[in-house]
Ligand binder design. Sequence first.
Ligand code: 26W
Length: 814
Amino acid sequence: MAAPKPAPRRNDSAALAKEIAEKLTYAIGKDPATARRHDWLEATTLAVRDRIVDHWLASNARNNASGAKRVCYLSMEFLIGRLLRDAINNLGLSEAIRDALSAYDVEIDLIELLEPDAALGNGGLGRLAACFMESMASTGVPGFGYGIRYVHGFFRQEVVDGQQVELPETWLEHGNPWEFERRERAFEIGFGGKVTMIEEAGKPPRQVWRPAERILAVAYDTPIVGWRGARVNTLRLWSARALDPILLDAFNSGDHIGALLEANRAQSITQVLYPADSHLAGQELRLRQEFFFSSASLQDIIRHHLKRHGDLTTLPDKVAIQLNDTHPAVSVAEMMRLLIDVHAMGWDQAWDITKKVFSYTNHTLLPEALETWPVNLFERLLPRQMQIIYAINAQIIREATQSGLDGGKIAAISLIDEGSGRRVRMGQLAFVGSHAINGVSALHTELMKKTVFHNLHELYPERIQNKTNGVTPRRWIMECNPDLTALVTEAIGPGFKDDITKIKGLDALATDAGFRDKFMAVKLRNKQRLAKTIEERLAISVDPHAMFDVQVKRIHEYKRQFLNIIEAVALYDQIRSHPEIAWQPRVKIFAGKAAPSYANAKQIIHLANDVARVINADPSVQNLLKVVFLPNYNVSLAEQIMPAADLSEQISTAGLEASGTGNMKFAMNGALTIGTLDGANVEMLEHIGEDNIFIFGLTAEQVAARRANGQGGREIIENSPILKGALDSISHGVFSEPGRYSNLIDNLYGNDWWMIAADFEAYWQTQRRLDTVWQDPTAWGTKAVHNTARMAWFSSDRSIREYAKDIWSAPTGA
Ligand code: 26W
């Protein structure tokens, strides 16, 4: 008998209804009459998953048959969020699933809320990786994500007495239907031990690393569905396991407990995501995580290549490896070790291949966020990789000397920082081991050339290029804003779903009163939904007709939530002292997490909550000002907030936000931006036009100059009664006991490092200009429509096509 094949699945609602019931019965063991919402979620997910698997196997078969170049995206973080709606939308099953479930009186909108967020990332960098995975699948790039399967993702935030409390996150508690464990895909990862030179007769001497400790990396695969299911790529996350869970010797010798402790120690590597996105924790466990997933990914890439192509000299023709920041930068040394020590290649050829294969994206210029590791820690944990780093360094210094660089400049490019204790500079390692290095916005890329990589850029001037970030319009318009999607479809047809640049067609409708009214009616409905969430979670009632003025992102001094809070306080003072002015009703909405060890960021959260409590309870400003801090910001909450914002706050100190991606999500959904000339805001201004975005404040150059002059904030504060008044009310205890925030305020009088005092006046005036525009719904609505119409360039499809063409030389379907 010929081997039977499963029948292809049908996508009509009747077929889906039947299959969902079958999953419920036979996979979950429940009866439709008694099933709970969770059971329906699981059954629906399994039915959708079957369809994904069909496409997935087909995509993999096509990759193997064509032998096309593969792109491996190495990232310590993938901030995915929920997957069900994404999968249903991209497979075109939204209506069929809705109808199928309604046959059982089940609402898809309610059950999908029960899916936990996959929060395997901190913020911008991790979410970018998730958007890029979706866009690779949608644009036809054979993409493979490689990362870590953290048991505990980004912590859950609660606000207790106005302060952040961190709680463990447990997304895997009820299992994860999206992942497939690949027990056969496991690689050994070593740590510690010794390197010895082996000399065999007739062969050149070679180094052999004998690690003291060895653990196993086991693969878990998640399918990533592209638009219209055309391609399904793989996200492969590694989980740590003891080589032999109960070491038999220890067990036999009676040390059962000792053997289990060893297993736990191995597993601890992939237990938890480090929750800091602005400074290196410097923990040994973090370096172990970095090496663990780098080595496993490279071994997997090499294994696959050898199986398909037999010979490692062709690796650069078949694979591109993108390093998402420096977190996987040890890959450069590990690739060299694998090529030289394991696959017996010569140094020069290995180095040539390494540089051709790797490329590196930088996401931050903040000095405290640039990764360096103490040489002695590196040496102890990764002795062979450390030797290789020294050898790479010697080669780079030779090249620099030959090209005539002087001693000071050579010290600046060295992979070893000899300054404060010897440290390995991961940025320099990633740079020298890559053929292309990119920044994430035009401004950021220029600053990279002038600052962190100034000297390396001089030595290798062709390597740095720009790739401005983007976000996927599937998740960030179609899925999070179905009403807007329906309206756009009605207005210009569905073509924009396949080609987002067509959304430009809305531009002509910005001056069409009928369309504008519908556009703003969609906005109002989204605001009503958010108002309901705010009421349910915080028991604060807000008027959906007020301007929703939103700042949601990680809490950081450079992002300047503090500036926004000071403006709220100033507004509160002014409304009360000038009731005769036609103030426009506003709701200031904040959300975001602070790194647990970042004291000033936690203070800012506390202040926002203190200010909110007092203002919301004051009847004299009731209809004019409310302040809301929504706890536990995550991808799912962002999906609710982006469509409901009128005003997007992108107010970082110029020169410090590498790109920003929230700025893009807001504008696509028709929010106006108040922002500095920072990161991608600069390019948004070019695309949206200066009439439709509100730019204020010092430029990056001016910030650098003021910092160099050491001008503090005192004089400015003393000359600005509005700012002074607001700071006084914070210091004097209008919102808390006096002195609670004296540290934050003293910093403004002192060096004003983040230019909050310096930018306050411009910010305040720009906010008042926005009040004037808000008073004129025609003017506001016109600008809002222009924003949605002109943001298509910020689709991550555009970013991915640029990477594919300029960096990866990889195919795209379109
Ligand atoms: C080592 C500790 C650490 C961890 C994470 C340092 C730095 C990071 C990330 C690089 C921080 C990050 O997420 N950067 C953000 O990347 C986004 C995507 O490119 C940009 O849009 C943001 O501007 C940038 O802050």
